[in-house]
Design a protein around this ligand. Structure first.
Ligand SMILES: [Zn+2]
Ligand SMILES: [Zn+2]
Length: 301
């Protein structure tokens, strides 16, 4: 008898929430990488699938292997494929260990891979696109854990100037009047690995268009395990969904043992049918494909 072929694995999860694609692979303890191509950012890089290479930024949530393992490969392949120096955004506590790791690779490979490490203190931010910032948010999981919010900054005319003609506005501006105010529009938020806490209720989360959230545990008797491991349980999600306005909440970091059909039932029972309708599982390939096919039909109409 022939030995069995190895399982087909490593399929990339995909959801389209116009205008953003959310794609990646995420299984608790194994690997997590979630990419938004339109924003040039990958959140975490447990392994480095080919798609992740195109992001100029990798934003690390913390130092666990299932979130960092693909980083040296990402730096190296970006160079090999002439895509420019890769940039890693991380908590300052992680900057030195990552630098040390990359120096070790120089000796191992006998060549120097360029890389850029951008440490971000909680509440610091960098611009990843024109007027679009990636902001670090402190969360509690491992040493140096961060969630991230991506926010767009738009300048708007202040209400009191709305009815004025253009030349009057130009005049006011030239006289040094502050005629605009900056509006912040949260686009995407990513929890990383985290326990339940106040950071998840911040504006970057509650008003984001898309929230990518870990939800490692679903079983009712796994609540204590979630607490010990500093992870989220579906019970926590119920409270968060009361506040998160997002049109799509995308769950990642489920354990491999989680049965998706059972998880969806537990989700609906816990958060209610209405809230469950805007929750997606990144790795539920079949459901997401059906959703995409419906989107294809809508585009054609
Ligand atoms: Zn993890
Ligand atoms: Zn972790």
């Amino acid at each position: 008898m022939l030995p069995k072929m190895p399982p087909r694995s490593g399929q990339t999860g995909f959801l389209y929430v116009p205008p953003y694609r959310v794609q990646g692979i995420s299984v608790a303890g194994e690997q997590t990488v979630v990419q938004i191509p339109e924003l040039d950012v990958s959140f975490d890089i447990g392994m480095c699938p080919r798609i992740a290479l195109s992001s100029a930024y990798v934003a690390l949530s913390h130092g666990h292997m299932d979130h960092v393992g693909g980083l040296p490969y990402y730096f190296s392949q970006r160079m090999f494929q002439k895509m420019g120096v890769g940039r890693c955004v991380c908590h300052p506590a992680l900057a030195e260990p990552i630098d040390t790791m990359m120096r070790s690779w120089v000796a191992l490979e006998g060549q120097q891979t360029p890389y850029e490490i951008i440490p971000l203190e909680p509440d610091d931010q960098i611009e990843v696109k024109n007027n679009v910032c990636l902001r670090a948010i402190a969360v509690s999981h491992a040493a140096g854990s961060l969630a991230y919010g991506i926010v767009e900054r738009r300048s708007k005319l202040k209400a009191e100037f709305l009815d004025l003609p253009q030349d009057r506005l130009r005049q006011l501006k030239s006289e040094g009047h502050e005629i605009t105010r900056t509006l912040e529009i949260p686009l995407v938020a990513y929890t990383g690995d985290t326990e339940f806490g106040p950071s998840l209720f911040r504006d970057e989360f509650s008003n984001a268009k898309i929230v990518i959230s870990e939800c490692t545990f679903f079983e009712p008797d796994h609540q204590s395990r979630a607490k010990v491991g500093k992870h989220l349980h579906v019970v926590d999600l119920a409270k968060l969904l009361e506040v998160w306005q997002a049109e799509a909440v995308i769950l990642v970091h489920l354990s491999r043992r989680t049965n998706l059909v059972a998880a969806r039932t537990l989700l609906a029972d816990t958060v209610g049918e209405q809230n469950a309708a805007r929750v997606h599982f990144l790795m539920d390939h079949r459901t997401n494909r059906q959703r995409y096919e419906r989107q294809e039909v809508e585009v054609r109409v």
